[in-house]
Every structure is written in structure tokens, then in C-alpha cells.
Design a protein around this ligand. Sequence first.
Ligand SMILES: [Zn+2]
Length: 408
Amino acid sequence: MSLQQINSEAERLRNEMTHALSELIRIPAIGPENGGEGESEKAKKLRQILGTIGFDKIESYDAEDKRVPSKKRPNIVAYYYGENKAERLWIISHLDIVPPGEETLWTVTKPYEPKVKDDRIYGRGSEDNGQSMVASMFAVKILKNLGIKPKRTVALAFVSDEEHGSEYGIQHLIAQKLIRKDDLIVVPDGGSEDGSFIEISEKSALWLKIRTIGAQTHASRPHKGLNAHRIGMEYALSLDKMLHEKYRLKDEYFDPPESTFEPTMKEKNVDAINIVPGEDVSYVDCRILPNYDLGEVLKDIRELAGNYEKRTGAKINVEIVQKSVAPKPTDAEARIVTALEEVIENVRKVKPKVGGIGGGTCAAFFRKINIPAVVWCTIDETAHQPNEYSKIKNLADDAEVYVHLAMV
Ligand SMILES: [Zn+2]
């Protein structure tokens, strides 16, 4: 089968891929931590689409979760058998999305009303991770339409809970022992605009909830209380400064090369302008180079909180919402890395670049158990932003890469 034939078939399926992605965008799949009902509705639609493609076997591995109406978080695996069933290519994408955020910032279309414009599909979950869900299943459709039995079995996994720790998603799937050490694993949940970037390592992640407790009072008599909002802001700013100054090492292997510390979410406090808040809650997202010990970072954060407590009389609780220590990187000589490099060079005509990112993908869980995994896809990096989009060209081009990856 020539490069040209595969390319033509991918191009021919563009409209179908656009339609499939649009259907998926219409159904939100937000985890309970973010106030959502989980992924069950989206999984139903996905199974419907998978059913039209003709896989050899489709399985479900639901994880029980009492917090969502369906009481389960779906994980779906679809197999398309190759000549050699013992050899498998896994492509792992996730069903869940993050909330749309401030709706007025969605100027092209509403988050769940997909819109095609300038060869892009706009909508929440279009790039993260709908594009890869669709590209991977259409890779199988291309193989089928062209009558190709690939060298190795293609196994597609669609998992839940990626945006909040993966306990009910990829961790649950790994526990089923379906995935073996010598399988090839691609997690298409990060990448670059030209598709040249292959991620093999990541930073450690630390999410913190900072709760400052003072005493509420009337704003005309502030001396009667203790303004938790002011102290919370002061602490947050000095924390920000301390972290950036102390942990400032750069590693050019990563993009961005330095550790990042970002104050992000802020909880609502009082209901009126004339009330001095007695409590202040904010959050920080830290992505830390693997050179640093998270225990030490945490110690510094708490020590600074202690100083502010002493100085102000407020109480500052630093709570860990999530903590993941960067696993050992995937070996740059691992078969999945070299195979993907070969395909990218041949099909995309760009020079592949291997490196690290801020991380937090399903790949980390494979690296933790010493199974090589790469993160790769072709994206403009609009994930988690308003007006998130996926390029239709990328849908077709990534599908093509997966087809070749099943055959090399
Ligand atoms: Zn993602």
C-alpha cells in the first residue's frame, strides 16, 4: 500500500471525521470534581460511532463512582486485529473535558455547539481530546477501507477522568492488566503544531489549595475582624515570588524550560462589598522540573505560611489537592520512540524532536511501571481555553500517522 493511497483515503474521510468530532463535542463529559455528571453520555455516543467502523472486539471497563448519576466512569477498549496479535499498538485518548470557563469569552461559538470555520472545528473538547479520539478510530477505518491487515493489532482505549488524576480512567484500565511491557503506547494528548514533537518525559505536578482564615466583620469597622482576603493575597504574592526565585533552574529539554508556579482558581468569598471576608481560598498549579524534590518545595511553602500566620494572626492551611512525582522518562531508544520518529520523517517530512513538557498525561502512569510511552499529536495547543479548536487537517494527518505506525 503506497503512502499516496493512505493519504487519499484519509483526505476522503475528512467530512466524516468532522461530523464524528462535532457529535462528540455536543455532549459534555465533566468529572464530578468540576461539578459534572461524568462521561457516560459521551461514551454512549462513542460506542455508536465505533459500531459503524467495524472493530474486531469492543470491551468496557467501567470504574464504579457513586458521585455521578450513572454510578460509573466508562473506559472503552476497541481492537482491530493485525497479522500478529501478540504485537499491539495502543492509542489512548480521554473522554472527559474541562468546564468551558467564562462563557462570554466563547466568541466563535458556544462551547457545546461545534462550529466549522476556516478548516477548524470549534468547541470544548475539540482539541483536548476529541481530535485524537476521532483520528485514532478513523485510522482503523482507513485500514479497513483499504483492506489492510496491519502488522500489529491496533488497540484503542478511550478513558475517563484524565483531567482529575485518572483514578477512574487509565489507572483503572492498567489495573486490568490488559497492557503489556512490549506493547507500543501512544498518548495523543500533547504535541506541537507541525507534529514533530515527541514527548518522553514530564515535570512533577503539585496542586495546592490555600485556605486563609481570619475573622469576618463589617467593612466600616475592619479593626473588629481580620481580613482573610488581604492576608491571602499577600501570602499568595510572596509565595509566587519565593517559588520563582528559589526554583529557577532551566532545562532546555523541556518546553517551557523552567518550573511553573501559577495562582489559578479563586473561590467566592462574601456576598456583599461591605463585608470583610473571614475566609479566603485560592489555588496554585505548580509544574516542577524533575531535578527538584517535591518534599522540599512543600516544606518551603508551609514555612512561608507559618511566617505569615505569626505575623498576622490568621491561620493559613496549605492542602495538597494533587501531587504527582515525575516518573523516569521513557528511553529515547524505546521502540515506540524510534518507530514514531521513522513515521513522522516519512509521512510528515519534518525532523522529529524528542523532549519533555509540563506534563500530566496518561503516559506518566505507564512510565511509572516501566512501560515506555510517548505523548504525541498535532495541535495548536488551544486546550482548556475559550474558543478551543481542532484543525480538520490535523484529524486526517494524525489518522494517517497511526495507520503507518500500525504497519512499521
Ligand atoms: Zn487532554
